[in-house]
Design a protein around this ligand. Structure first.
Ligand SMILES: Cc1ncc(COP(=O)(O)O)c(C=O)c1O
Length: 414
């Protein structure tokens, strides 16, 4: 008998871990197809955070009493879980931020302001979320650096062949790209991009907000210098995110925020910074939330990142197949083998907001809008798209309900 090495996941069973599915929407079971915007939370995380607040909560790194020690243990324990999750070599390289957006701003401000200057070049891609686009655009403006964009092809994939042409002879200092596009689901060749950036003497900043929840990331083989992601998209709570950075770069950077916890000593004449990672964690952090992120990581690891990736890949292929049956639907993005579990589309003649509204009546939650990717929307020639995105708790029946809902949209509004 052949033995299958494919990882498996039982999404029907996993749904029982998520209390949100016990509550109907408009009298119908919830089909939550908007996990790219934020994921739902398993009981494990909800219960653990409640218990943490009830038994182990105080401020961290400050008290010499038991509760504060427990809180510090919980917070620093979560940092170690994040370290292992992305295979960082040290917890010193793992900085807790508010979310991916703050992590990316931290790099743009703390590294960019001191390392970019007139004539230098910052390169982003046409696929970027605004949070990895606008910070570089603005810091380039403040420092006199140039800001350019690597275009995509008609399938929504990076034109790697144009890299040299886009950059020319300019001294490129930073390349910023997402690992997975939140609008099209494209999986980007970040390792190749990082190798190219390093050849040219630039650093590579990776927005992994849509990657970390869905596929295994190894920061030691990715080749990036900074990697950012958010807890809330990976079964964890809001209010906490992660910046991983290469130690030597972090050591050389100035702090992003000033205040408590990030100092070693303060005198009128001079202030000295705390060691990593605390230099970048000014003020009281999101303590219980970081703890909750650690529990979410345990949960994802217990399911298996490989199984999650495989499951979502099958769902994407199924969704693309089903949507292809609808002649009034235009689908954007690459083929299933080069995308995650996410599908962007439009219904001919119907505004995406109206599509999402009708689907909501059916209990189907999808996204409608520009997905914080206005340069990409311009490239696609649309103001907005609809987007259905999947996670470990998504079942094929929800995609069937999406497709049935779209037929209804066409009937009612088309
Ligand atoms: C690719 C990508 N980058 C960054 C972000 C920003 O995430 P957050 O709002 O959690 O900072 C998002 C959120 O949708 C995203 O999809």
């Amino acid at each position: 008998m052949a033995v299958s090495a494919r990882p498996t996941l039982d999404a029907h069973k996993l749904r029982a871990d998520f209390p949100v599915f016990e509550h109907p929407i408009h009298g119908k079971p919830l089909a939550f197809l908007d996990s790219a915007v934020t994921s739902q939370k398993p009981r494990h995380v909800l219960d653990a955070m409640r218990e943490f607040y009830e038994t182990s909560y105080s401020n961290v790194h400050r008290g010499v009493y038991t509760l504060s020690e427990r809180a510090t243990e919980g917070y620093e324990g979560a940092r170690e879980k994040v370290r292992a999750f992305v295979n960082a070599s040290s917890t010193r390289e793992v900085i807790f931020t508010r979310q991916a957006t703050e992590a990316l701003n931290l790099v743009a401000y703390a590294w960019g302001l001191d390392n970019l200057g007139p004539g230098d070049l910052a390169v982003v891609t046409e696929l970027e979320h605004h949070s990895n686009f606008v910070p570089w655009q603005q810091i380039a403006k403040r420092t006199g650096a140039e800001f350019r964009m690597l275009p995509i092809d008609d399938l929504g994939e990076l034109r790697m062949d144009l890299l040299d042409e886009v950059v020319g002879d300019a001294p490129v200092k930073v390349v910023a790209a997402n690992l997975v596009s939140n609008s099209l689901g494209t999986i980007n060749p970040v390792e190749r991009l990082a190798a190219w950036a390093h050849e040219r003497g630039a650093i590579m900043v990776v927005d992994a907000a849509q990657a970390a929840p869905h596929r295994r990331i190894d920061v030691q083989t990715l080749g990036a210098d900074f990697v950012a992601f958010s807890s809330h998209k990976m079964c964890g709570p809001t209010g906490v995110g992660v910046l991983w950075g290469r130690r030597e770069l972090l050591e050389a950077m100035s702090p992003f925020n000033y205040g408590g916890s990030m100092i070693r000593s303060v005198k009128v004449e001079e202030t000295l910074w705390n060691e990593l990672p605390y230099k970048f964690e000014a003020g009281t952090p999101a303590i219980a939330e970081a703890y909750g992120l650690g529990v979410a990581i345990d949960y994802l690891e217990s399911v298996g990142l490989e199984a999650i990736e495989e499951h979502e890949h099958e769902l994407a292929a199924y969704a693309l197949e089903q949507l292809a049956e609808l002649p009034f639907v235009t689908v954007y993005g690459p083929p299933p083998e080069r995308r995650v579990g996410l599908v962007s589309f439009n219904v001919d003649g119907v505004h995406p907001h109206d599509v999402a509204q009708v689907l909501d009546w059916e209990g189907v939650a999808i996204r409608a809008g520009h997905h914080c990717c206005q340069p990409l929307m311009s490239r696609l020639g649309v103001a907005a798209t609809n987007r259905a995105s999947f996670y470990l708790y998504t079942v094929p029946e929800e995609i069937d309900r999406l497709v049935a809902g779209l037929r209804k949209v066409k009937e009612v509004l088309g």
